[in-house]
Design a protein around this ligand. Structure first.
Ligand SMILES: [Ca+2]
Ligand SMILES: [Ca+2]
Length: 286
């Protein structure tokens, strides 16, 4: 999978990295960057701080291994350099920038908590160190701007990719269309996650983008949850069939849907638990 590096506009001019007196522990704000390379095994993540320094954490959690992720962190310098020539650090803490309550989402609740602490200073009434996003010992407009700049971000619990695989592109009218939905671990670390039979789905759209069929519609699913562990690059696969029927009665415009006829259709796989869609797959019914 191609990951495209994005330039992130840095809001305001935060001090971002504050050295402590022992010169080893430091804390700041920055962006996780994915360093692309020819050999995928040589690719790595590093932190570009908001005051333009680069560090490579030796313990970046897989949940934070995402390009362009805005973060707040504290770390210790190891005094050593990585094979990529960067200063190696050990993270003590890392969170999404603006995630004041630590629930892996930056939303109105965080804005509320920052508002409650607004104007406070260290040791004053209402002080909340988690709301001091840039570690300058005061909660003010700079922290609010940092939160606003990352508003709406949430941490994917794991980096998974969903794809649909089918054998053919042309089908006869009425011929059942079998597809496999695969969930692939695209990180370089082992990923464990939950999977339940009602958590995956298949959508079928016609060439005017009307949803005709939803695989889960009307189905009753067994009530169990599997615990899945995937090594890097490995996937799990679920079979689904579109019998060329419609589950929708009317289209997006309220027009009754007629039976499936020859034409072009698009299949989309979905994994509910992490809101992951596959790339649409085009098929023809002839
Ligand atoms: Ca939050
Ligand atoms: Ca601050």
């Amino acid at each position: 999978m191609l990951i495209i590096g994005l330039a992130i506009a840095v809001l305001a001019t935060p001090p971002s990295v504050a050295q402590s007196s022992d010169n080893a522990l430091f804390q700041g704000t920055g962006t996780v960057i994915y360093a692309k390379c020819v050999d995928p095994l040589d690719c790595f993540y590093y932190i570009h701080t908001d005051d333009n320094r680069n560090f490579q954490p030796i313990n970046l959690p897989s949940t934070f291994s995402a390009d362009s992720l805005r973060i707040r962190f504290s770390a210790n310098l190891t005094g050593e350099f990585t094979i990529h020539g960067m200063e190696a650090i050990v993270l003590n803490s890392i969170s999404l920038l603006g995630d004041v309550d630590g629930d892996s989402k930056v939303n109105s609740i965080d804005a509320y908590w920052l508002g409650q602490a607004f104007g406070s200073q260290e040791s004053s009434f209402g002080w909340n160190p988690a709301a001091d996003l840039n570690f300058d010992s005061v909660v003010n407009i700079e922290d609010a701007l940092l939160l606003a700049g990352n508003y709406g971000t949430r941490l994917k619990q794991f980096r998974l990719e969903v794809n649909l695989v089918q054998n053919e592109t042309d089908y006869d009218l009425g011929e059942p269309i079998n597809v496999a939905l695969t969930i692939t671990n695209i990180t370089n670390e082992t990923a464990s996650f939950s999977l339940a039979p009602s958590w995956w789905d298949l959508f079928v759209y016609n060439d005017t983008n009307n949803l005709l069929y939803r695989w889960s519609s009307g189905k009753i699913f067994p009530m169990y949850v599997m615990f899945v562990t995937l090594e890097p690059g490995m996937n799990v696969s679920m079979e689904m069939t579109w019998p060329q029927t419609c589950t929708a009665v009317v289209d997006n415009f309220g027009t009754p849907i007629s039976p499936v006829s020859p034409g072009t259709y698009y299949l989309v796989g979905f994994y509910y638990h992490y809101d992951l869609y596959s790339v649409p797959v085009q098929i023809k019914i002839i």
